[in-house]
Design a protein around this ligand. Sequence first.
Ligand code: KG4
Ligand code: ZN
Length: 336
Amino acid sequence: VEPTYILAFESSCDETSVAVIENGTKILSNIVATQIASHQRFGGVVPEVASRHHIEQITKCTREALTEAGVTYEQLAGVAVTYGPGLVGSLLIGVTAAKIIAWAHHLPLIPVNHMAGHIYAARYVGEFTYPMMALLVSGGHTELVYMKAEHEYEIIGETRDDAVGEAYDKIGRVLGINYPAGKTVDEWAHQGQDTFKFPRAMVQEDNLDFSFSGLKSAFINTVHNAHQRGQALNKNDLAASFQAAVVDILGEKTMRALDQYPVKQLVLAGGVAANSGVRSRLEKDLAKFHPEVKLLLAPLKLCGDNAAMIGAAGYVNYQHGDRAGWDLNAVPGLSF
Ligand code: KG4
Ligand code: ZN
């Protein structure tokens, strides 16, 4: 049987990425051009700067992805692309590149939801068995997604304000850490103690939603008040206290979701899935409360935005007959 090769594009935020995936499960190439350095001096992603970088990078990334994979355009079965959610200008570059290649080489154009892509990063560590739950934690999203079957997504809980990655980046800024701050806060947290006992919003509430803005404000107020008193606080303890609150919230709500929705697997994915505290908390909580549920942790290298995850999700969409027309547009607020 001839293998199915998918060429995948991801350009929803500040990473230009192109990958070639074999049969939805094998990464032949996954080129990621990050723009972080260009955005750091602004303290966050500048949409206009991001689009320009995508334009500059995308042709080069495509050529590299195909060369590294040793796959020609003629061998491809389809072209998968993230069309939302994300920054409209950024998304449009990937969508346009994918359309051009699909049109020129008479290939089907396969639309992919970026958040479904994040879930499929975990497909590279094991097969999915349904029903399944995913905890998606990224810079723009925090949601619990229930998958009754393949290709069926239902958001059963989400943040009512900030996404958890966004909260990490904002409190990291107060600590003097460059954007994106999550990884460094995580490292500092390991050297500190939870001495501040920040609030765990909504943890006791009988729903599956999240809130991180109160935690963020409590953190910022604590630092500012100390600053006004001329008092210096221990940065490691601040990081550890923030992370302890995040980990408690994510752990509690995910276990609550599993109490309500019996599943076979739990997937942790998205940029914040790289967080060591969240990873170990879910491992411990599952062992204790839901030992019947198998944990699939997205590989560290595939937690952040990349096209390999889009290719894996795209392969499933391809098999389900999802096809986009040449009028495919970017959908910045796309949901499941
Ligand atoms: O999924 P992602 O790469 O981009 C979006 O789609 O948003 O997620 C990026 C987010 C950033 O907010 C970054 O600070 C956070 O993931 N992040 C982390 C860690 N590594 C990345 N947050 C906490 N701990 C980490 N180790
Ligand atoms: Zn993402």
